[in-house]
Design a protein around this ligand. Structure first.
Ligand SMILES: CC(=O)SCCNC(=O)CCNC(=O)[C@H](O)C(C)(C)COP(=O)(O)OP(=O)(O)OC[C@H]1O[C@@H](n2cnc3c(N)ncnc32)[C@H](O)[C@@H]1OP(=O)(O)O
Ligand SMILES: CC(C)C(=O)C(=O)O
Length: 520
């Protein structure tokens, strides 16, 4: 690979990115972002638009002083006072770039600038020449390039280069072009502008039609060697081309796009987090840096991943700084992934029966809940591990609660294989439930503790109920988890009773025969 194939990464997160509504960044945030961008390997950092405000000026000045590798850059209109402000803000850096722009589309020239095409050519000549006297690194952009007449664009690009611009940027300002058209624009410039080899061609794409990255890559394949982009794709309206997507597309499909960038891709995830903390959250399904970008929920995919990760993974999470692929447990997950999850949680010696039982419960829970967390799975498995030894099991429960009426529970239990039902009122629904249990399985234990807590967050969280009972000075704890707190309460009490019965059998083997007869 030779240098001809290196693509320069020009980041405009702190300039065009900051133009997103809600993305204003403080000086401290910009400095933090600039430091990680410098480390990330970005070639040119457009740190702001110095004439825009004292704050922007200050940020560009501060960033110019701290960059170790990247070249700082500021934006300016075709105006001497804008260019002077840029120069003042950037001049502390050993190397800096002044980026100046003016619209070249008929629409913009007439309605926005109120200038004729000839006057715009004059403005290009004056601004680029002026900037070139302040630095030899001048970039010129033809705003609304993709809606510009091609012959006029060729003329203005030739003029900007002859006035000393070293980088010529073709923006798709309103995200209007498509890859085939953009390829044609770049190819025409390369073929028709006589001095085009004196400058680096660049693209700057917006995402109004969701094509910013595709158009940028079309530009690269057609011969541009700088792409302007932002982390997380933030920017005016629907945003700019996302840096992380361009870089990872080039890296992943190097067979079709044999180019290089200087980006240390393992820092992409960190850079994305820093930018989103300063601006706004990244959508879950965002390519490369979204929360779900390396998460698999579907059983068939999870099974494939466990057998060979390449089945569903075109790049490794590690390559973008994500620790590992996550197999998210949800209603679409299968047994292979469930077993793997139990292993990860330390359940290494559970029997197939327990796995089967826990998996069945997990599917029911996943139907009820949006997120099934590790703690949910642990609670279900704990319950399944002792359940096959239980002699009293809940078959059904209905609770009538609310204001006015006394609270009532209707319950059916399987007690040593016999199906028994009752209906009791109580001082609250839990009291009614516990009374039912006492009627269906008469016993004489002391209730020491009844405690509820949510295993996970949200109103659909599983509740874990703990019950502690005492018999002959010995205490037994029962626990159960369910999204229905009352069902968890019944099961927790039954769990304590069952464990107590198991304990009795262990300490007094003769007694347990009479247990059944006495109903104790
Ligand atoms: C496509 C892009 O992303 S371009 C960058 C857009 N970013 C920004 O606009 C953010 C920063 N902007 C600002 O803070 C302000 O707009 C400023 C400081 C630049 C200018 O503010 P104001 O002087 O109040 O002017 P305002 O923004 O209302 O209007 C823009 C003026 O610049 C002119 N203008 C726009 N682009 C250019 C250009 N490239 N070269 C010269 N003049 C231009 C407009 O024609 C208009 O001029 P007019 O006052 O003679 O009609
Ligand atoms: C100033 C230019 C590069 C721009 O931001 C655009 O056209 O979108």
């Amino acid at each position: 690979m030779n240098d001809k194939n290196n693509v320069f990464i020009f980041d405009t997160t702190m300039r065009d990115g900051e133009q997103s509504p809600g993305a204003s960044m403080s000086l401290e945030e910009k400095i933090q972002i600039a430091r990680i961008f410098d480390e990330l390997g970005i070639d040119i950092i457009e740190a702001g638009f110095p004439i825009a405000s004292p704050g922007d000026f200050e940020a560009v000045t501060a960033i110019s002083k701290i960059l170790k590798n990247a070249i700082p850059c500021g934006l300016s209109r075709a105006s001497k006072k804008d260019i002077d402000a840029c120069h003042q803000a950037l001049k502390a850096a050993p190397r800096f770039r002044i980026h100046t722009f003016i619209s070249t589309s008929p629409l913009h020239m007439k309605h926005k600038l109120n200038k004729t095409p000839e006057q715009v050519l004059d403005a290009i000549k004056e601004s680029v020449t002026y900037a070139r006297n302040l630095t030899d690194d001048v970039e010129w952009s033809c705003e609304d390039g993709t809606r510009t007449d091609m012959d006029y664009m060729c003329k203005s690009v030739e003029l900007a280069i002859s006035c000393g611009a070293k980088t010529i940027n073709i923006p798709d300002t309103v995200g209007y072009t498509i890859p085939s058209e953009f390829t044609k624009i770049i190819t025409t410039l390369k073929n028709k502008v006589p001095n085009i080899d004196k400058a680096i061609l660049s693209v700057h794409c917006h995402n109004d039609l969701g094509l910013a990255v595709a158009n940028s890559l079309a530009g690269v394949s057609a011969g541009v060697r700088q792409v302007e982009c932002t982390i997380n794709g933030i920017g005016e309206r629907a945003g700019n081309a996302a840096l992380e997507e361009i870089v990872m597309a080039i890296r992943t499909r190097n067979d079709l796009m044999p180019y290089t960038t200087g980006i240390k891709t393992e820092l992409l995830s960190k850079a994305s987090k820093i930018v989103s903390n300063a601006t706004f959250p990244v959508q879950f399904n965002k390519a490369i840096v979204g929360k779900n970008a390396f998460a698999h929920e579907a059983g068939i995919h999870q099974d494939g991943m466990l057998k060979n990760r390449e089945t569903y993974e075109i790049m490794t999470p590690e390559s973008v700084g994500v620790k590992k692929t996550s197999l998210v447990m949800g209603k679409h997950s299968g047994r292979h992934a469930f077993k793997e999850k139990l292993n990860d949680l330390g359940y290494t010696d559970v029997t197939d029966d327990v796995i089967q039982s826990a998996f069945g419960k997990f599917k029911i829970l996943a139907d009820k809940k949006k997120h099934v967390y590790d703690d949910d799975i642990a609670a279900l498995t704990d319950e399944s591990m002792v359940l096959d030894k239980y002699v009293i099991n809940l078959k059904s429960l209905k609770v009538f609660a609310g204001t006015g009426e006394p609270q009532k529970a209707e319950m059916t239990l399987d007690v040593y294989g016999e199906i028994k039902s009752t209906s009791e009122t109580g001082d609250g629904p839990v009291d009614a439930i516990f009374k039912c249990i006492k009627v269906l399985y008469p016993h004489d234990v002391k209730l020491l503790l009844y405690q509820v807590h949510a295993v996970t967050e949200g109103t659909d969280a599983q509740a874990t109920v703990s019950v502690r009972i005492e018999e002959n000075g010995k205490t037994t704890v029962g626990q159960s988890a369910d999204t229905d707190t009352l069902v968890a309460s019944a099961n927790a009490y039954l769990s304590a009773l069952n464990k107590m019965i198991i304990k009795r059998k262990k300490t007094a083997p003769i007694e347990h025969e009479t247990d059944k007869m006495k109903g104790i």
